[in-house]
Structure formats: C-alpha cells, structure tokens
Design a binder for this molecule. Structure first.
Ligand SMILES: N=C(N)NCCCC(=O)O
Ligand SMILES: [Zn+2]
Ligand SMILES: [Zn+2]
Length: 340
C-alpha cells in the first residue's frame, strides 16, 4: 500500500529518518512518494502530531486577512506556500546544511483566527504563539496579513524580552491608524514599539520604497528607532554589504525576522495585496537572509502572500524558498547551540 499522506508509520509515508530510527523525522522522500501526491505540509515535513507533539521549529499557518487596506486574500497564503514548497529538497547548498536533519521541524497546522473580529483574532494568534513558544519551539509562520506580526511579537517578547527586528517590506508598517483602527496591516510595528516589544537599538526595515503619506512618516519611523535600507540601497550597495551591516546591528540579540512578500518586486511576487514597483529580486532577498547565519533567530513570519493575484506560483515559490532559508537559519543555530 502506498499512502502518500502522513500516517505515523514512516515506512509507509516515506518520511526520511536521518539516522537509524533516531534524530529528527524529515520530509517525505520524494524519490519514493511523488512530490505532488497527498496533502501538503510545509516542505513535506511531518505534522506536529506525527512527531509526538514536540518540535524544535513549528511551521504554522495564519489564515487571517481582515487587517488589509487594499486587496484581500492573504488568508490563503499559508496553504499556497505549503503547496509551492513540495519541490524543496532536504539539502540547502547555499547554507551547506540539511536543516531538517539538524533539528526537528514540523507543520503545526493553522491558527483558527476569527475573520470577523480583529481584536479577538489578535488575541487568538498571541495565545497560539505563546503555547508554541512555551513548548520550547521556534515559530515560522506562513501567510496572513501583516497585522499578525503584532501578536507574534507580543508572544516572542513575553519569552525573550524586547527583540531585535529585521523587517523586509516595501512599506514601513509604522503608521498609526486606518479608519481609526489601531490593528491593521499598516500599523503592527508602531504598536509593537509603543508596547516596548522591540529592542530599539536594533530595528531595521529593508526594501522600503514607494510613495508615502508625507515626510512625517519617515520622521516618526526614525523616532521609533528604525533604520532603513531602501530597495535602491540594496541595488547600489549589494547584498553582502547590506547583510554585514545588518549582522553588526543585530549582534547577538534575540532576533525576530518579519518578511512581507511585497518586499519583492511585483515581477517576483505579483500575488500580494499592496504591490509597489521597484522592489528586491528574490535572489537578493534570499542572499541577504543567508548572510544572517550566526544570528540568534528566535522566530519569523512570512506574510502578505495573496495567491488570487499570483501566476504560476511565482509568489508562493519565492515565499517557500524564503521560509526554507529562515528555517535553515533556525536549525543551524539550534544545532550549534546544542553542540556548544
Ligand atoms: N503591510 C502591507 N503589506 N501594506 C501596508 C500598506 C498600508 C497602506 O495601505 O498604506
Ligand atoms: Zn508591505
Ligand atoms: Zn507589511
């Protein structure tokens, strides 16, 4: 019998064991079970229940997009990224690591956030994130709009104290309110700064570009402590120099990385809600992330993938590779800390 889903017996599912019956349970082996078969988990990794409910990194979907100011649809982002991640392979040559052999990574399913009540959804996301972090796992969330970065940062700061933030986005997302609403996808980092969740000596936006409401947007953002590497800066200075500057700013602080997929040029990520011309290439984004090796990455999100505007999975493939680099960073760091 060939069952391409994720039954506990890994002999039937083709889940790779990286050592003889010990060590992390890896992805389904795509040389034994076609990679397009069965329900999608991130990178064909086991579900959380298949690894006994304990993991080092929990990949979690956040199907929520009630906080958007323009095109809706990011509620479908997590599952689109899971589908596009079927083609990921277990060895990451760019970081010379087999991430899923270094640490257990499991797909913990979706957080069931109320689509009709943003305040309640924010509480639900925080409670779910608290639970996962309390179990000792790091979070890699997929999908949702940028509103969710606030409850995720609340959970991370509850565990680690104020964190360094590296925010990849076309937008600042430090605006104050929209239509009087405090919790939207344009406001999470102002709320996080107000709540003391951020280490104000290590806050960076990368990839910012496009029209603003006024110059005061930049002044207020700077007052909150953010430094900006614009999209044009990345082009002029190059990825190695940018990554080095970011690494120096972050140091050994606990780091949260938030990736809004609209940091990429619409040519590289058409499937998003508020696209802006002149963005990063996926190659630039992936290279900057790889340059963060050694940082203490405690959790990350990947938001604003709206598959209804995508074509040929351009956006969700870029997103799946972005999440793969982020999980690789976490797994390397976990394995390194275990050795030390
Ligand atoms: N976080 C994202 N993707 N966009 C924020 C844009 C807010 C605005 O409409 O001005
Ligand atoms: Zn954005
Ligand atoms: Zn954003």
């Amino acid at each position: 019998m060939s069952n391409p889903s994720h039954e506990p017996a890994h002999e039937q599912t083709g889940h790779r064991r990286t050592a003889q019956q010990t060590g992390p349970r890896g992805p389904v082996d795509s040389s034994r079970v076609p990679r397009y078969a069965g329900p999608a988990t991130f990178a064909r990794l086991p579900r959380l229940d298949e690894v006994g409910g304990a993991t080092d990194v929990a990949v979690v979907g956040v199907p929520f997009d009630t906080g958007v100011s323009y095109r809706p649809g990011a509620r479908f982002g997590g599952n689109a990224i899971r589908e596009a991640s079927r083609l990921l392979r277990p060895y990451n040559p760019a970081q010379d690591a087999s991430p899923f052999a270094l640490a257990q990574v499991a797909d913990a399913g979706d957080i069931a956030a109320n689509p009709f009540d943003i305040n309640e959804a924010v509480e639900t996301v925080q409670a779910a994130a608290d639970g996962i972090l309390d179990s000792g796992a790091r979070l890699m969330t997929l999908g949702g709009d940028h509103t969710i970065a606030l409850p995720l940062l609340r959970a991370v700061a509850r565990k680690h104290g104020p964190v360094a933030l590296l925010h990849f986005d076309a937008h600042l997302d430090t605006w104050d309110t929209y239509f009087g609403a405090a919790y939207t996808h344009g406001t999470p980092f102002r709320r996080a700064a107000e709540e003391g969740l951020l280490d104000t000596s290590a806050l960076s936006h990368v990839g910012v570009r496009g029209p603003l409401y006024g110059k005061k947007d930049l002044d207020e953002d700077e007052r909150m402590g953010f430094g900006i590497v614009t999209s044009a800066d990345v082009m002029r200075r190059g990825v190695d120099e940018v990554a080095q500057q970011l690494r120096e700013r972050i140091g050994d602080r606990p780091l949260y990385v938030s990736v809004d997929i609209d940091v990429l040029d619409p040519a590289h990520a058409p499937g998003t809600g508020t696209p802006e011309a002149g963005g990063l290439t996926s190659r630039e984004l992936l290279e900057i992330l790889r340059g963060l090796a050694g940082c203490h990455l405690v959790s990350a999100d990947l938001v604003e993938v709206a598959p209804a505007y995508d074509h040929a999975e351009i956006t969700s493939v870029a997103a799946s590779h972005t999440a793969y680099e982020l999980t690789t960073l976490m797994c390397r760091q976990i394995a390194g800390a275990r050795k030390a």
